[in-house]
Write a protein that binds this ligand. Sequence first.
Ligand SMILES: *[C@@H]1O[C@H](CO)[C@@H](O)[C@H](O)[C@H]1NC(C)=O
Ligand SMILES: *[C@@H]1O[C@H](CO)[C@@H](O)[C@H](O)[C@H]1NC(C)=O
Ligand SMILES: *[C@@H]1O[C@H](CO)[C@@H](O)[C@H](O)[C@H]1NC(C)=O
Ligand SMILES: *[C@@H]1O[C@H](CO)[C@@H](O)[C@H](O)[C@H]1NC(C)=O
Ligand SMILES: *[C@@H]1O[C@H](CO)[C@@H](O)[C@H](O)[C@H]1NC(C)=O
Ligand SMILES: *[C@@H]1O[C@H](CO)[C@@H](O)[C@H](O)[C@H]1NC(C)=O
Ligand SMILES: *[C@@H]1O[C@H](CO)[C@@H](O)[C@H](O)[C@H]1NC(C)=O
Ligand SMILES: *[C@@H]1O[C@H](CO)[C@@H](O)[C@H](O)[C@H]1NC(C)=O
Ligand SMILES: *[C@@H]1O[C@H](CO)[C@@H](O)[C@H](O)[C@H]1NC(C)=O
Ligand SMILES: *[C@@H]1O[C@H](CO)[C@@H](O)[C@H](O)[C@H]1NC(C)=O
Ligand SMILES: *[C@@H]1O[C@H](CO)[C@@H](O)[C@H](O)[C@H]1NC(C)=O
Ligand SMILES: *[C@@H]1O[C@H](CO)[C@@H](O)[C@H](O)[C@H]1NC(C)=O
Length: 715
Amino acid sequence: MVVGQIAAAAALLLPLAAAITPEQMLSAPRYSAASSNPSGEWAVYTSTNYSFETQEAATVWKLLNIKTGDISDLPFADDVSEMVWVGSTNTSVLYINGTNDEIPGGVTLWTTDLAVSPIVGTQVASLDAPFSGLKASNTPSGGINFVVNAKAYANNGSAYNEEFASTPATTGQLYDNVWVRHWDTYVTQERFSVFGGSLAQSNSSLSLSGNMTNLLLGIDAPITRPETPYQPFGGSSDYDLSPDGSQVVFMTKAPELPKANFTASYLYVVPHDGSSVAERLNGPNRTAPEEAKGASANPVWSPDGKRIAYQQMDGINYESDRAKLYIADVASGEITLLAADWDVSVGSIKWSHDCDELYVTGDYIGSTRLFIVPADAAADYKPENVTDSTTVVDFNVLPNGDALISSSAVWSSRMIYTVTPDSKTTYLYKAQDVDAELAGLGPDDLSFEWYTGTLGDQQQMLVIYPEGFTKNKTYDLAFIVHGGPQGLHANSWSTRWNFKVWADQGYVVVAPNPTGSTSYGQALTDRIQGRWSTWPYEDLVNAFAHVRDTMPFVNTSNAIEAGASYGGYMTNWIQGHDLGREFKALVAHDGVTTTFSDFGTEELFFMLHDQNGTLWDNRETYAMNDPFTHARNFSTPQLIIHNDLDYRLPVSEGIAMFNALQLLGVPSRFLHFPDENHWVLNRENSLLWHHTIFDWINYYTGKTESLSNEGVITQ
Ligand SMILES: *[C@@H]1O[C@H](CO)[C@@H](O)[C@H](O)[C@H]1NC(C)=O
Ligand SMILES: *[C@@H]1O[C@H](CO)[C@@H](O)[C@H](O)[C@H]1NC(C)=O
Ligand SMILES: *[C@@H]1O[C@H](CO)[C@@H](O)[C@H](O)[C@H]1NC(C)=O
Ligand SMILES: *[C@@H]1O[C@H](CO)[C@@H](O)[C@H](O)[C@H]1NC(C)=O
Ligand SMILES: *[C@@H]1O[C@H](CO)[C@@H](O)[C@H](O)[C@H]1NC(C)=O
Ligand SMILES: *[C@@H]1O[C@H](CO)[C@@H](O)[C@H](O)[C@H]1NC(C)=O
Ligand SMILES: *[C@@H]1O[C@H](CO)[C@@H](O)[C@H](O)[C@H]1NC(C)=O
Ligand SMILES: *[C@@H]1O[C@H](CO)[C@@H](O)[C@H](O)[C@H]1NC(C)=O
Ligand SMILES: *[C@@H]1O[C@H](CO)[C@@H](O)[C@H](O)[C@H]1NC(C)=O
Ligand SMILES: *[C@@H]1O[C@H](CO)[C@@H](O)[C@H](O)[C@H]1NC(C)=O
Ligand SMILES: *[C@@H]1O[C@H](CO)[C@@H](O)[C@H](O)[C@H]1NC(C)=O
Ligand SMILES: *[C@@H]1O[C@H](CO)[C@@H](O)[C@H](O)[C@H]1NC(C)=O
């Protein structure tokens, strides 16, 4: 039949993606986001690759012509850590050189013009600490004002340089308040601060004028001392410099509340020269809506200098509440909530050049997308997604109103493109077309499917296909549960959980977004409060059944399950329940084993919110959600991975799970890294992580004859 022939021919023409191995994924270039210049003609970004042979990473700075797509190498390597467009021409830049020949542990600032050949940098400042997070503005007097951040001494606010710190005779650390350690670091007396600095013109060259000024000094802080950026993930998006360089806005945690059990944070505005103490812009007794009590973030000055756009959550102790979009008028202090009814949590924010619109990202249906919101949007305004189901990593608004997007997808570590407000897209760079390691990857590697959640709602799953996939064959199943639990499996590139790398071991990867997931509206996210185990588990049971019943090319009788963080918690929960018996093997990375040890974490606000109160006031919820209570049922082979620097969910959780499995006689292995935190970041460690996991799951799904005993420490 003709139709059949055409269909078959079309099927044969589908590109058969080459497999990507862990080694290829880990050594392939990693890209920074592209940053466009004031005239919107040029952008810079970095590309960093890694050689397992030499065990070295190499960084190259790239210059992209936004009109032609031409890309050239700049004469900078990893000694240049950051670069911003500022100075007397559209192509002049200021950059941080991470080395300082005069001051150990310090950095230097340099200027150059990328349109002048040859490109020769001029040092304009020698700074005495490891400053980073550079932002800069031209001043009316022809100089440059900039802001950077560094740790500061508690006693005098000057920048802290570890190279000059005295070593105390004892290593003991004494605390009398919660928040002893965070992420992978024990809290010390120093706090990160924003510093202002000025480069002044003299004899037609720029040089540092005066000292670096700590802009956080003097804030009335009865409980929590000011700190910007918020550690460990905060950066220069936690502060902004006005377009004329005269004022700075920054975010810091609510000074009147203990920071371990509240998420609330506020914005402050301060003169760049520190001539007066910073004043609070939002928060208590300001004109924001009464319910805006939570975390504030991403302050961005309007190009005309009159307004600051930002986001704030309502909940005072809820880190995953909807981030709403606000504009504050700097002179009057008046605050306006935009698109109040829009059920999307706002990410990064940029102004259009004419100040009429805000370009914002938001997590939306399994990815991060760009939206445009008028600066006077009414409550019922519903922005449309300008971009598709890939993930916007960062963007710039160009003078003509287009956006320059840096994005990623399951099949691409970086795509750079321009998009018009009505979604006309022009690609400038696609890593999958350039990087040998990614050759053959493409949109056919992924599909989105819907299944019915336990409350009857429609939920989404990502399905990722292996090399040479054909529906005529059957593939084993890798079923992966995301962390959070307020998070999502997104159509994005990951160097930690790269679904395409997993698929190319010979699996169809299914990555469901059950109760608790973000990007499908706040109600699905909120519903997990107090219910880590019940509804999401039942959703996952449905997701598994959906694969079994509708995907004949998946052999659900030969399936494995894996997850990290909350996904590791859910793996441990699954191990104790019926769904666990559907899998040949399980993998839990840095998960929770018993909710009764939840108070070993650092961000207490998280457990207090998610388990509906304290263990002593609400024991029922902790007991209901405790995986360890069901240890008697543990019987599926399980690999446990847990790292010593994981202070979010301490390593004892993984050891307890492993000990129980061993005592119960369940085949199990324990892998730990003494120098990794909640994530495995070192590429050599990551390679071992991948090899150990794939050895485990490939053995239990019958792809290999035996488990590797290489490197196993015997009794
Ligand atoms: C990494 O990039 C450098 C600089 O572009 C290049 O010389 C080198 O061959 C690359 N190494 C690998 C392993 O791709
Ligand atoms: C920068 O480029 C814009 C647009 O081409 C132009 O109008 C402006 O004069 C340029 N500025 C400088 C300082 O050259
Ligand atoms: C960075 O600084 C070092 C001196 O500390 C200098 O040798 C090097 O050329 C500088 N690099 C750039 C790109 O400015
Ligand atoms: C600030 O205090 C620290 C610690 O006492 C000291 O080492 C540093 O020299 C001081 N800085 C200034 C500028 O006084
Ligand atoms: C400017 O240059 C002149 C001549 O080279 C020199 O005497 C003077 O000290 C310089 N001024 C500054 C502020 O560097
Ligand atoms: C810079 O700091 C030093 C050391 O604290 C101080 O002696 C000097 O007066 C400061 N200079 C200015 C211009 O503030
Ligand atoms: C927050 O923690 C402090 C101790 O640092 C405690 O006094 C306070 O009661 C806690 N508040 C809540 C709401 O848990
Ligand atoms: C807000 O105003 C009330 C009443 O004046 C005052 O008691 C309270 O301390 C203020 N809150 C803050 C955080 O300034
Ligand atoms: C907006 O999102 C929807 C749902 O994912 C999608 O169908 C549509 O193509 C997107 N719009 C654009 C312009 O990409
Ligand atoms: C899939 O199976 C059908 C029916 O047996 C056959 O006609 C077709 O050629 C096969 N396609 C591929 C890609 O193997
Ligand atoms: C947790 O608290 C929320 C909000 O008060 C409530 O809606 C929910 O029913 C509680 N869940 C459990 C399991 O207690
Ligand atoms: C599916 O997996 C089961 C269990 O390993 C195996 O017995 C069966 O042969 C597999 N089916 C197919 C079609 O590969």
